[in-house]
Design a protein around this ligand. Structure first.
Ligand code: K7E
Ligand code: CUA
Ligand code: CA
Length: 645
C-alpha cells in the first residue's frame, strides 16, 4: 500500500487534472447555457439527488471525487455495525468496503467464534460454547498520540452485554474483549487524549465507558420494583492491560462520551436525569445535563481508598452523585444543565469547547473547557456559567463534527439535514450581539441522520475536507432489497462555504458511528508472525498426529496448494484439536480450512496459526479443504479426515 507523506492526498496530487475536467465541464455547460444545463443533461448522466440544490444546478463536478482504477482512497473509515456486532472498514471518498472485522458476532470467513483463539477472546462457558453470540457496536474510536490517531488500536463498545473490545491496528483484528462489571446498556466510549504540554504522557492510557440503563446495583434481584434505588456507573478501563481501573457512581444516566485533549476531563451527555422508566418520564424535565468528570480528582480518591465495591466486583467505586459533590473545590463531578434529552457531545479540535446537541431542543449547547476547569477551582458561581453559547440550529440535533476552521456540522434527525454553524458567531450571539447569525448553511440528507463526522474531525488534525452523514433511512435512494433498506452514508464536500453532496454510499444495517482516518496514519502488517502463536507448526516436517487417551492433536501446515498431511485418522468419540499454521510467506496468500458436517471453517493468513477443537462424533470420510482461492490447484487443496467407527 502506498503511504504518502502527511497530508498528501489524491485530491491534492490530482488537482491539475481535476481543474481541467472542471473547466471543461463548465465550458460544456456554458455552451448549452447554464440555466438549461440541467435540461440538457441526459438521463443516463449523473442523477440529480432529490433536494440537493447544488446538484440540481448542474454545477457539481462528480469526477473530482472519483477514485479511479489503481488509485487508493485518502481516508480509512472505521465504522461500527450496530446490531451486526462488527466493525466495517471502508475507503473515502470511494465508499468501497475494504473489510468487515468481526468482534462480538460470529464470522465464517475469519472463523471468528469457531477457532479456539477467537473463542478465548470472545469468552466461553465451561462447556466450551460461546458466552454470547450477539453484540451491538455503536462507537469506534482510535488510540491517540499527541492529539491525533496513532493507528495502534481501536476500541468499540457492545451495548447489549456491556463489553469493551480492542482492535489491534496492524492486523485489524480484535485482540481483547472485557466485561464491564455491574453495567447495563454500555453506550458511550472514548479513549483519553493527552497533550504533552500539560502531561508527561502524550498517548491514550484510559478508555472511558458510559452506562445508559439504570439498574439495581448489584443487579441480583434486589430493589427491582424501586427504580429510585437504581444506579448508574461511569467506568475507566486501562488501555494497555484492558483491566477495569475504577468506576464512579453518578445520578442520571450516561449516553455519549467525550474526552478533553489535555487528559483532565471526560464528559457524558445525560438524557435521563429524571431517572424515569418510561419515555414520558424521561422527557419530563426541560433540562437534563452534560456531566463532567475531574479525572485527576477521581484517581486521587481511588488512591486514597475513598471507595466502595458493588456485589462480587472488586473494582473500586467512588461517589460522583450530586449530593456528594456540592463543593466545587473537592467535587469529582460537575452537572451542567442543558436542554432537553441531549444526544451527543463532541469536543472541538482546538480542545476549547464541547458541543452538546439538544435532541428534543432545537439547540446545541457550547460549554467552554477552561470554564469547566474554573468551576472545579471554585471560581464560578453556577454550573451554567460554563455555557458560552446555545444557538438554535434545527430540529432533532444529534451529533456534531468539526472542520478545524471554527465551524461545526450537526446532524438534524427530524429535519433530515446537516447544519453548518460557526462556534465564534454562536458565542458572540449568546453574549448579546444580535447582528450575527451562527448558522451558515444547511443541506438536505436522505434521510434522518444519526451520527455525522468529519475527516480527522475528532483529532487536533481536523482537515475540513469531508463530512459523512450516516442516515438511518434510505427509502428511495438505493435499489430496494426487501423490507429492510440499506442505510445511506452520504459524502459531503465541506471545503467551501456551501456544503456539496457528492455521493450516496450504501451501508449495511446498522451504522452508528465512524471515524475518518487519514490513510498515512494506519500502518497494517500483511504477513503474520509464527511467534504470534505458542503452537505454531514451524515446519511441514512437523506435521503429525499425537494421541493422549481420547485427546488427539493434529499438527498441520499449509503451503499452496497442499496441506502438510494428505490424511489423518481419528476414532469416533475422540476430542480432536487441529493446529494449522500457514507456512506461505507471500502477501495475500491466505488459505481456508473447512471440515464438512463438523461446522468448521476459518482462514489462516500467511505465517498465521489457528486451532479448532471438536468431538469426532460422526464416522466416515471427510475431505477437509481450502475455502480461500489461493492457487491454480486451489480446488485440489484437500485432504481426508477419516473418522473410524
Ligand atoms: Cu447517536 Cu448509539 Cu452514537 Cu447511534 S448513538 S446515532
Ligand atoms: Cu489454499 Cu485455496
Ligand atoms: Ca430527560
Amino acid at each position: 500500500m502506498g503511504i504518502e507523506e502527511k497530508g498528501s492526498t489524491n485530491l491534492t496530487t490530482d488537482l491539475s487534472r481535476r481543474k481541467f475536467l472542471n473547466t471543461a465541464a463548465l465550458v460544456g455547460l456554458a455552451g448549452a447555457g447554464l440555466s438549461t444545463g440541467l435540461a440538457a443533461c441526459k438521463k443516463s448522466e449523473a442523477p440529480v439527488a432529490a433536494g440537493d440544490k447544488t446538484a440540481a444546478a448542474g454545477a457539481v463536478d462528480y469526477n473530482k471525487y472519483e477514485v479511479r482504477p489503481g488509485q487508493l482512497d485518502d481516508y480509512y473509515v472505521m465504522s461500527s455495525g450496530g446490531h451486526s456486532a462488527e466493525i466495517r472498514i471502508y475507503g473515502l471518498p470511494s465508499g468501497r468496503i475494504l473489510k468487515r472485522v468481526p468482534v462480538f458476532n460470529m464470522d465464517a470467513l475469519v472463523g471468528w467464534g469457531i477457532t479456539n483463539e477467537s473463542k478465548k477472546i470472545i469468552g466461553t462457558k465451561p462447556d466450551g460454547s460461546l458466552n454470547y453470540h450477539t453484540g451491538d457496536t455503536h462507537h469506534v474510536h482510535g488510540s491517540y498520540t499527541d492529539g491525533t490517531y496513532d493507528g495502534k488500536n481501536f476500541w468499540v463498545n457492545d451495548k447489549i452485554h456491556s463489553r469493551l473490545a480492542r482492535i489491534r491496528g496492524d492486523y485489524m483484528e480484535c485482540d481483547k474483549i472485557i466485561d464491564l462489571p455491574n453495567v447495563s446498556g454500555f453506550h458511550g466510549i472514548f479513549p483519553d487524549k493527552r497533550d504533552p504540554v500539560d502531561e508527561k504522557i502524550n498517548h491514550t492510557t484510559r478508555i472511558f465507558c458510559g452506562m445508559e440503563f439504570h439498574t439495581p446495583l448489584p443487579n441480583d434481584g434486589r430493589d427491582m420494583n424501586d427504580p429510585k434505588k437504581y444506579g448508574i456507573l461511569f467506568t475507566c478501563v486501562d488501555a494497555a492491560s484492558m483491566e477495569v481501573k475504577w468506576q464512579i457512581k453518578v445520578d442520571g444516566n450516561c449516553d455519549l462520551v467525550a474526552t478533553s485533549y489535555d487528559g483532565k476531563l471526560a464528559c457524558t451527555n445525560q438524557y435521563n436525569t429524571e431517572g424515569g422508566v418510561t419515555y414520558q418520564e424521561m422527557m419530563a424535565a426541560e433540562r437534563d445535563a452534560c456531566l463532567f468528570f475531574n479525572i485527576a480528582r477521581i484517581e486521587e480518591a481511588v488512591k486514597a481508598g475513598k471507595t466502595f465495591t458493588i456485589g462480587d466486583s472488586k473494582v473500586p467505586v467512588v461517589d460522583g452523585t450530586r449530593d456528594a459533590n456540592k463543593d466545587p473545590k473537592t467535587a469529582l463531578t460537575l452537572y451542567v444543565p442543558v436542554p432537553k434529552n441531549p444526544h451527543g457531545v463532541n469536543i472541538t479540535p482546538d480542545g476549547k469547547y464541547y458541543a452538546c446537541a439538544g435532541k428534543l431542543s432545537p439547540t446545541a449547547t457550547v460549554i467552554e473547557h477552561a470554564l469547566v476547569l474554573k468551576w472545579f477551582n471554585g471560581e464560578l458561581a453556577a454550573p451554567r456559567d460554563t455555557v458560552v453559547a446555545e444557538p438554535e440550529i434545527g430540529l432533532g440535533p444529534l451529533h456534531t463534527g468539526f472542520d478545524g476552521r471554527g465551524n461545526a456540522y450537526t446532524t438534524l434527525f427530524l429535519d433530515s439535514q446537516i447544519v453548518k454553524w460557526n462556534i465564534d458567531k454562536a458565542i458572540a450571539k449568546y453574549k448579546g450581539d444580535k447582528t450575527v447569525q451562527p448558522v451558515l448553511d444547511r443541506i438536505d440528507v436522505h434521510y434522518q441522520p444519526g451520527h455525522g463526522f468529519t475527516t480527522m474531525g475528532e483529532t487536533r488534525e481536523a482537515d475540513g475536507k469531508f463530512f459523512v452523514s450516516d442516515n438511518k433511512f434510505s427509502k428511495d435512494r438505493l435499489l430496494p432489497v426487501g423490507p429492510l433498506h440499506p442505510e445511506t452514508a452520504q459524502l459531503i464536500d465541506i471545503t467551501g462555504d456551501k456544503m456539496i453532496l457528492v455521493a450516496d454510499h450504501s451501508v449495511y444495517s446498522e451504522p452508528h458511528d465512524s471515524i475518518l482516518v487519514r490513510r498515512d496514519l494506519i500502518k497494517t502488517k500483511q504477513i503474520c508472525s509464527l511467534d504470534d502463536s505458542p503452537y505454531a507448526v514451524r515446519d511441514a516436517k512437523d506435521c503429525r498426529v499425537e494421541r493422549k487417551g481420547k485427546n488427539v492433536t493434529v499438527y498441520l501446515t499449509s503451503i499452496a496448494p497442499a496441506f502438510g498431511l494428505t490424511e489423518f485418522t481419528v476414532k469416533r468419540g475422540d476430542e480432536v484439536t487441529i493446529i494449522l499454521t500457514n507456512l506461505d510467506k507471500v502477501e495475500d496468500l491466505t488459505h481456508g480450512f473447512a471440515i464438512p458436517k463438523y461446522d468448521i471453517n476459518f482462514i489462516v493468513n500467511p505465517q498465521e496459526t489457528k486451532s479448532v477443537t471438536f468431538k469426532a462424533d460422526k464416522p466416515g470420510v471427510y475431505w477437509f479443504y481450502c475455502t480461500n482461492f489461493c492457487h491454480a490447484l486451489h480446488l485440489e487443496m484437500r485432504s481426508r479426515m477419516i473418522v473410524e467407527k
